[in-house]
Ligand binder design. Structure first.
Ligand SMILES: CC(C)(COP(=O)(O)OP(=O)(O)OC[C@H]1O[C@@H](n2cnc3c(N)ncnc32)[C@H](O)[C@@H]1OP(=O)(O)O)[C@@H](O)C(=O)NCCC(=O)NCCS
Length: 177
């Protein structure tokens, strides 16, 4: 009840974009699980356990993951991270994943979150960001195109879920220079 009151009275401008904080991982996990439960936008159909997420994040941080959270107070309402490839010859490239809690979408938060993440990627020396998105996910494709991503490959019928095919777009964003 209290949470709903907070949500109802919140403004998009109250949401801050911050470098990911480990102590907010439990809240991020809850946000992630809510998006997974929609069964629409992410490849995951079940969320990993919180323990697995904490271990994964620790390992990825050591490997140079660039990660941001959208927070309302100490509640995570969105995440965006880029995981650099580890193999020599490919480490200039990172894979992006993101999501915003359903209640907070279409308020400009995703744009602020991905912009901060992209800036940090270029500052860290990455030269290319890649991602995959389902064709049916038009808000996400529009967001990615808005910040400069281009579709490079379309895998026709890349997903078959609940009797419905979806194409999978591979998109890329290059850093000049
Ligand atoms: C995709 C997602 C991250 C976008 O975040 P958001 O905060 O809703 O995005 P914004 O409000 O910043 O809008 C960004 C752009 O997306 C598009 N967009 C946003 N909401 C839209 C909607 N309901 N319908 C169509 N396009 C939409 C618009 O082009 C918008 O830019 P504009 O307002 O300048 O025209 C969010 O919708 C989400 O988390 N979806 C579920 C999880 C997901 O799809 N993750 C990505 C998997 S690849």
């Amino acid at each position: 009840m209290h949470t709903n009151k907070v949500l109802n009275e919140s403004m998009p401008t109250d949401v801050q974009i911050i470098r990911s904080r480990a102590e907010l991982l439990q809240s991020q996990h809850a946000c992630f699980a809510s998006v997974v439960a929609e069964r629409e936008y992410l490849a995951f159909l079940e969320p990993p356990s919180l323990d697995d997420v904490i271990a994964f994040n620790r390992a990825q941080n050591e490997r140079g993951m660039i990660a941001f959270q959208a927070v309302l107070g100490d509640r995570v309402v969105g995440w965006c991270d880029v995981r650099p490839a580890l193999v020599e010859g490919f480490s200039h490239n990172g894979d992006l994943g993101m999501g915003i809690h359903a209640y907070f979408r279409s308020q400009g938060i995703g744009t602020r979150l991905i912009a901060a993440t992209i800036d940090a990627c270029w500052s860290s020396g990455l030269k290319r960001i890649s991602l995959e998105v389902f064709s049916s996910n038009l808000p996400a494709i529009r967001l990615y195109e808005k910040v400069g991503f281009q579709t490079e490959v379309v895998k026709s019928r890349g997903r078959l879920l609940d009797g419905r095919y979806d194409n999978v777009h591979t998109m890329g964003l290059l850093h000049d220079g």
